[in-house]
Ligand binder design. Structure first.
Ligand SMILES: C[S@@+](CC[C@H](N)C(=O)[O-])C[C@H]1O[C@@H](n2cnc3c(N)ncnc32)[C@H](O)[C@@H]1O
Length: 211
């Protein structure tokens, strides 16, 4: 469940750093302000945190630098190895947004960047309810990911990407489970979180939720 896009990252692992640094024109707008997005997540959490979808470890690096204790959960073997090689002292475990064993008694926050869209909306709700059970009062979920203010806005973005020949991005938007701010608000609230959204670029929104 929620692992249907994991294999895509076997191919993307080797060129992922080029994508996030803007070398791939198709993904330049998606990763616009990438460092700023990672910093925004980092400054909103403290203590012991679980990071989902560590990828090559770029958010992980910021969190560790900030003195945060990080447990990584990453379902793709190549990505998991990339993070583990970069931070040999850190726990990087096989698991995903829904199925994971963090191997710790207390978790202060769950974080991720560019990951939550791998779950359907129904799975997103299920995951948030699971996090609420594992977090103390005032525990946090801080995610950054592509989302849209409405379904119309999402469809308009797909049309725009096709018009400029960016078919990989358009296919990605159609294939994976990019959702809307009203749906995310409902899912966070139903799981017992108060949530605030901040738009970070044309695609990415910061979701800052507290139990
Ligand atoms: C676009 S990359 C983001 C990597 C990193 N967080 C960043 O911001 O650069 C998405 C990552 O999520 C992982 N992933 C895919 N499906 C997942 C799932 N269901 N649960 C957790 N991680 C998942 C992928 O293997 C990949 O490493």
């Amino acid at each position: 469940m929620g692992r249907e896009f994991v294999d895509i990252f076997d191919e993307w692992a080797d060129s992922y750093e080029a994508s996030v640094s803007g070398e791939d024109p198709e993904y330049r707008d998606v990763f616009e302000g990438y460092e700023n997005i990672l910093d925004a997540v980092t400054k909103r959490v403290s203590g012991t945190i679980v990071e989902f979808g560590t990828g090559t470890g770029n958010l992980t690096a910021k969190l560790i630098e900030a003195g945060i204790s990080v447990i990584g959960i990453e379902p793709n073997t190549k990505m998991r190895q990339a993070t583990a090689m970069r931070f040999p002292f850190m726990k990087v475990l096989d698991g995903d947004l829904l199925q994971f064993e963090a191997e710790t008694e207390s978790i202060d926050a769950f974080v991720s960047t560019y990951v939550f869209h791998h779950l359907t909306d129904s799975e997103k709700g299920e995951a948030l309810k699971k996090y609420a059970v594992l977090l103390p009062t005032n525990g946090k979920v801080v995610f950054a990911d592509t989302a849209f203010i409405s379904e119309d806005a999402k469809q308009a973005q797909i049309v725009k990407e096709r018009a400029r020949g960016f078919h990989h991005v358009a296919d990605d938007l159609e294939r994976e489970y990019y959702t809307t701010i009203p749906i995310l608000t409902k899912l966070f609230n139903e799981a017992g979180f108060q949530v605030q959204f901040t738009q970070m670029n044309d695609f990415v929104w910061l979701m800052d939720a507290i139990k």
